[in-house]
Design a protein around this ligand. Structure first.
Ligand code: ASP
Length: 403
């Protein structure tokens, strides 16, 4: 049987959805349910995916005495580059304003939204959950992340046997959650068919929507381009004393693989091989930084999360003030840390930001159609940043490299 790659399936679904929505708007209920089930599926995986991803990430950093100087340097690199990336995204989305004035017919659905939004102080306060089960059932993402970090940390502080059992358990549970997520993601073409046909049928001005989505993609792509061709090469050159061009050449295969698979995890073996053998980084630094980076250092995803959330807010006609934007930046950082290195994990994670600033999760339907192509690009940037981190850290550890 002819097996098309997911992005081709999505493209075909998109075309069919637009034609269906335009020509048969009165029969849209026959496909709309597919979109509804798909969104429900995504919502279903969010909480267990974040929980297991963060707990297994934290236990793996904390165990084996890894939290030495190398750990601190690595974490510092991951957090600062992700923050740089997010700020770039914020800059472009504020300049281009892709969602502003888009008449997407959504404003009516979010009445009473502002009342639901907490002040900055309240948001911080509520990060500590008073009841962890309420946090789970209500999908309070920040509280869930907070609890997961603490839980993961203390797993590394209990006796050896308990610690090993729990680490094993959460690593395995994370594997299962990634499989389930991939399974749900397989249905993206059908989800898109339902969601996009419905959105198209409701639109009076399709051109406007297409234009707005185009601008949104442009904002993400410009920010990604800036981060990968200016910010990271600058750090390579001036912090790591590495030639960015040589490093890029050393990494061509994993970067192309990241682009075509949209998965940092799937690319990891190739990234490790290229960083160790082409760039000449020691096995010690490679095997510590890269597996960690593939799950928690996602500059491209972080930036994309921020732009997407801002775009959805703009499309819903919700004005986000300075403090709200600070929340978006901080939650985008957390969301990228919690995102698994698998296709479209970033899309699932946007829900963290949306709930933090009080936007409806249905906003995801808006950006779903163009997510796959952006995923290919952001995954490439994720892998590029991981590899830059590995060589910079190796250099600061006094290693002699080939790049
Ligand atoms: N696909 C990305 C990765 O594997 C994660 C994301 O969806 O942003 O790095």
């Amino acid at each position: 049987m002819l097996k098309l790659k997911l992005h081709w399936q999505i493209l075909i679904a998109l075309v069919i959805a637009v034609i269906y929505g335009v020509t048969l708007p009165e029969y849209v209920q026959y496909v709309k349910w597919m979109g509804d089930i798909f969104i429900r599926g995504l919502k279903m995986v969010i909480v267990p995916l974040i929980l297991t991803s963060i707990i297994s990430g934290v236990t793996n950093i904390g165990s084996g005495g890894n939290l030495g100087r190398l750990g601190v340097k690595t974490m510092f690199y991951y957090l600062t580059t992700s923050l740089f990336a997010i700020v770039m995204g914020l800059f472009f989305v504020n300049i281009l304003q892709p969602g502003a004035g888009a008449d997407l017919g959504f404003t009516k659905e979010v009445e009473g939204l502002s009342a639901a939004r907490d002040s900055f102080g309240d948001t911080l306060l509520k990060i500590v959950p008073s009841n962890i089960f309420t946090a789970f059932t209500e999908g309070q993402m920040l509280s869930i992340i907070f609890f997961a970090i603490i839980f993961g940390y203390f797993i590394t502080r209990v006796n050896k046997k308990a610690s090993a059992n729990l680490t094993e358990f959460f690593n395995s549970a994370f594997e299962v959650m990634m499989r389930i997520t991939m399974f749900v993601i397989k249905f993206t073409p059908l989800g898109i068919l339902g969601l996009v046909a419905n959105t198209v049928a409701e639109q009076s001005d399709l051109l406007n929507v297409a234009q707005r989505l185009g601008l949104y993609m442009l904002a993400v792509l410009l920010a990604l381009a800036f981060h990968s061709t200016i910010t990271l090469p600058f750090l390579l050159k001036f912090v790591g004393n590495v030639n960015p061009k040589n490093h890029f050449r050393a990494l061509t295969t994993p970067l192309l693989t990241a682009f075509s698979t949209s998965s940092s995890n799937a690319t990891l073996p190739l990234t490790m091989d290229a960083v160790e053998h082409n760039a000449g980084v020691s096995n010690k630094v490679t095997s510590f930084t890269l597996p960690l980076g593939a799950t928690i250092n996602m500059d491209g995803t972080a930036l994309y999360e921020c732009v997407a959330a801002m775009f959805i807010a703009q499309a819903y006609g919700v004005e986000l003030g300075f403090l709200q934007q600070v929340i978006v930046v901080m939650t985008a950082l957390l969301a990228s840390i919690g995102a698994a290195g698998i296709p479209m994990a970033g899309l699932v994670m946007i829900s963290i930001i949306l709930t933090a600033v009080g936007l409806p999760l249905e906003g995801l339907g808006l950006i779903l159609a163009v997510d796959r192509i952006l995923d290919m690009c952001r995954t490439t940037v994720n892998v590029w940043s991981d590899s830059c981190g590995a060589v910079i850290i190796a250099k600061t550890e006094g290693e002699k490299l080939k790049v």
